[in-house]
Design a protein around this ligand. Sequence first.
Ligand code: SF4
Length: 222
Amino acid sequence: MTPATTGRVAECFFSIQGEGVTAGAPAVFVRLQGCSVGCQWCDTKYSWDPAGGREVSLEALVEEASAYPCRRVVITGGEPLESLLFLPLVEALKARGFTIEVETSGTLPPPRAPVDQWNVSVKLQGSGGAEARRINPAAIRAFLGLGAWWKFVVVDQRDVAEVLRLAERFAIPRDRILLMPEGVRREEILERSEWVIEECRRHGFRYSPRLHILFWGARRGV
Ligand code: SF4
């Protein structure tokens, strides 16, 4: 297949990584358009429609990302692995010297790509989708082989129990698992963080903040 030279993006901006093990690191964010997973609490529903966002050429997008004074990029979505622009974009940004993080739902197997850090956020039952749509065992095993980090969005204790079951089923190392409180308001994050941190201490997981929500709320492009 000929590599894509154009695609659709929801946004490209410079901020700090708000989540995961690199939280706090300055990063350029490229949010590719399109996601068919359908999580009910998704805070980027504007990125779902593969025909939404704006059309860009690969070259223009790489120039846009490279114009920021930062060589860490977070490629996100949407579900970035659903975009035909994903692989050419990773290769082009790597050639420009970027360290590359990818945020994915883990519903599609990873392509062979020069990605430095895979952040896989497997969706739990509470996200609203059928298990067959959320859990792709072959993809999960492939990400395990790549040393991925596993970031679970949790709403309540039932979610933590489900994380424990998934960790056992797929032999996900506990020290590669992060629990992140769900919420799009500062108060929600702070309230849930108290018990999420307790669960992390109890089970040997890491805690992930949502710094962008704490500081800017549910705004786009920050
Ligand atoms: S996979 Fe991500 S972008 Fe897609 S619906 Fe779920 S949270 Fe939203």
